[in-house]
Write a protein that binds this ligand. Structure first.
Ligand SMILES: [Zn+2]
Length: 459
């Protein structure tokens, strides 16, 4: 036990070192509506090759700086050998099945019982819309995704219903959490935990809860927890213009979402969590999880939204129908994914800062390597307020407006209420900054052209 304790301290202390040498690009972007902003895209790890080996499953979409310029500035100038040794040790620990399997249960060893008690206490209110995922993440020592999802599986009776092996479930969730890039300011495991918590809130809505089957709930929670898996911190246009292999693999279409889905499938199979189910059911599960995750491609939002609108106009949604139910779950996951502006100002503001940090980080890299700065990613010309107001106006308000038509509940009204207040707050900030106000980020008005594949601009 004491070995584990010191191992953990050691790992913890080695993080800054790792951060020094692992350059992560988090450049989420908005794909635009029509092309919408490739907003939540996420994370692509950019690394210098020096001193690094590919990780566990080799699935990470690394970007090799040598493709940009031969004189990489990310040379390891300190002791590369030492760093390599440290990272190898860390990677070994993280990738070892033995350690991986017990990481989470034992992580509580270094926390006060008080913290555990508080985290448990918070889980009693996991269905509250003002649930503070940042606090929960601190109380669980960075294990919010594992703790929260495991709790929800239990709460929804999924462990019993599907006769799940709790050790396998925990191992699966630990692998999921580990495959998020903690260095991404936004697209990390805390975002996944936040989306999973929001999804749980939607599943509890009366219209849904009375018609959903355990199977629906199972798929929804897995899709929410894995929907940005292994996000590299950059958006699709970035992957396309740097000729990244994932862009080629998925033919420049929903590149990140396809990767999140296939990564999730890989972990499902590796964990053996559903090995006791029939092959047919496992295949059905994999494809339905894919349908859910692919729906989070924000560049496809208009298609989903007009379908949703047509159904609501005709009033023909019938939740006894499995296809209709799954369509609603797609819409619910879309809402959960971009619900940040519908949270309280204290939570919403933190998310806004994090996502902007990721955008600007992408912009910095693009500038540095003359890749052409993506919309919303230029810290010289953009502000958080402008980006948020555009995001709310073009993406969030239309989606949540329709959602409230479908499910006109107190939760929907609460979300719309926060959305209005938060937008007003950002407008206040905008006025202070520019003296004008009411500016909508032009990047949101050019969304149509943004969806077009971009030519590589490497020279
Ligand atoms: Zn997301």
């Amino acid at each position: 036990e004491s070995f584990l304790y010191y191992t953990k301290c050691y790992l913890h202390e080695s993080l800054p070192l790792q951060a020094m040498f692992i350059c992560i690009l988090s450049l989420p972007l908005f794909h635009t509506f029509i092309s919408l902003l490739t907003l939540f895209l996420g994370d692509v790890r950019v690394r210098s090759r020096a001193g690094f080996e590919t990780e566990r499953r080799g699935s990470h979409p690394y970007i090799d700086f040598r493709i940009f310029h031969s004189n990489s500035e990310i040379e390891v100038s300190v002791s590369a050998r030492n760093v390599r040794r440290l990272l190898s040790f860390q990677r070994y620990l993280r990738s070892s099945r033995f350690f991986r399997g017990i990481t989470v249960p034992n992580s509580s060893n270094i926390l006060d019982d008080d913290y555990n008690g508080q985290a448990k206490c918070m889980l009693e209110k996991v269905g509250n819309w003002n649930f503070d995922i940042f606090l929960f993440d601190r109380l669980t020592n960075g294990n919010s995704l594992v703790s929260l999802t495991f709790h929800l599986f239990n709460l929804h009776g999924l462990i019993e219903h599907f006769q799940l092996d709790t050790m396998k479930l925990r191992r699966f969730l630990v692998m999921v959490q580990e495959d998020y890039h903690s260095q991404n300011p936004y697209h990390n495991a805390v975002h996944a935990a936040d989306v999973t918590q929001a999804m749980h809130c939607y599943l509890k809505e009366p219209k849904l809860s009375k018609s959903l089957t355990p199977w629906d709930v199972l798929l929804s929670l897995i899709a929410a927890a894995t929907h940005d898996l292994d996000h590299p911190g950059v958006n699709q246009p970035f992957l396309i213009k740097t000729n990244h292999y994932l862009a080629t693999l998925y033919k420049n279409t929903s590149v990140l979402e396809n990767h999140h889905w296939r990564s999730a499938v890989g972990l499902l199979r590796e964990s053996g969590l559903f090995a006791h189910m029939s092959l047919e059911n496992r295949q059905l599960m994999e494809s339905q999880i894919g349908d859910l995750i692919l729906a989070t491609d924000i560049s496809q939002q208009n298609e989903y939204l007009s379908m949703f609108r047509s159904h609501l106009d005709r009033g023909d949604l019938c939740l006894e129908n499995a296809n209709h139910r799954h369509f609603i779950l797609q819409m619910a996951l879309k809402c959960a994914d971009i619900c940040n502006p519908c949270r309280t100002w204290e939570l919403s503001k933190q998310w806004s800062e994090k996502v902007t940090e990721e955008f600007f980080h992408q912009g910095d890299i693009e500038k540095k390597y003359h890749l052409g700065v993506s919309p919303l990613c230029d810290r010289q010309t953009e502000t958080i307020a402008n980006i948020q107001i555009g995001f709310m106006t073009y993406l969030v308000e239309p989606l949540f407006g329709e959602w409230a038509r479908f499910s006109n509940t107190r939760l929907s009204q609460t979300m719309l209420g926060h959305l209005g207040l938060n937008k007003a707050s950002w407008k206040g900030v905008q006025r202070e900054q520019s003296g004008s106000g009411d500016d909508v980020d032009p990047a949101f008005e050019e969304m149509d052209s943004d969806i077009l594949p971009q030519e590589p601009r490497l020279s």
